[in-house]
Design a protein around this ligand. Structure first.
Ligand code: ZN
Length: 212
């Protein structure tokens, strides 16, 4: 089963993608990770996009598509869950011919959503270890407040998790990504998932949706 996962920041999308990967054997294809891998392996594409990524700007669609197409072709028919792409209506539209070229069909688009105040609350409670980068949150707090369980270093609130920045990220999401909901709904592929619950409850619903 080939899936796209949509949802604003702070809805546990990455964790849910991991769950689907482990439970259903779908490859977790995160375009953010793919681009970071290109940079880390110093490929031609990696060298090209490194300054763009370091500046915090978005990588050009054409490059993301090239990397994505290579990865999906390499799966050789294995099912996948796509995370981080498409992010705009335009990307949704160009994903279709790409998949058609590879002979791949999308089966389902899951959109995880939560009210804005819940997302702001959850993200502003999030802390990241300054050295090993592990993330702690309301669901999984560190044992000693402010200190990492793994390495004992300090844990801090990330700049992009501060309430004002989160509100801006949500505004961007509503402007540029939300139109994809209607796009996939029109194709009969969209299922909405209420993200304002425990991860266990969300996993149970996803499991039911994806089970044959
Ligand atoms: Zn740590």
């Amino acid at each position: 089963m080939n899936l796209v996962l949509l949802g604003p920041p702070g809805t546990g999308k990455g964790t849910i993608a991991k769950f689907i990967e482990v439970r259903f054997g779908c490859a977790h294809v995160s375009t953010g990770d793919l681009l970071r891998d290109e940079v880390a392996s110093r490929t031609a594409v990696g060298l090209e996009i490194e300054p763009v990524m370091n500046s915090g700007a978005l990588v050009d669609d054409a490059i993301v598509l090239r990397v994505l197409e290579k990865t999906l072709a390499g799966l050789k028919g294995k099912s996948f869950v796509l995370d981080g792409f498409p992010r705009t209506l335009e990307q949704g539209e160009i994903l279709e011919p790409l998949l058609a070229r590879l002979g791949i069909a999308l089966d389902l688009v899951l959109e995880i959503d939560s009210p804005e105040e819940i997302i702001v609350k959850r993200l502003s409670a999030r802390r990241q270890c300054v050295s090993c980068k592990r993330i702690y949150g309301l669901d999984v707090p560190s044992k000693n407040e402010g200190l990492c369980d793994e390495c004992g270093s300090q844990t801090v609130l990330r700049k992009d998790d501060e309430p004002e920045v989160v509100k801006e990220r949500l505004r961007l999401y509503n402007d540029i990504t939300r139109p994809l909901s209607d796009f996939y709904s029109g194709r009969g592929l969209l299922r909405k998932i209420d993200g304002d619950r425990t991860l266990q409850e969300i996993f149970a619903e996803v499991e039911k949706l994806l089970s044959p």
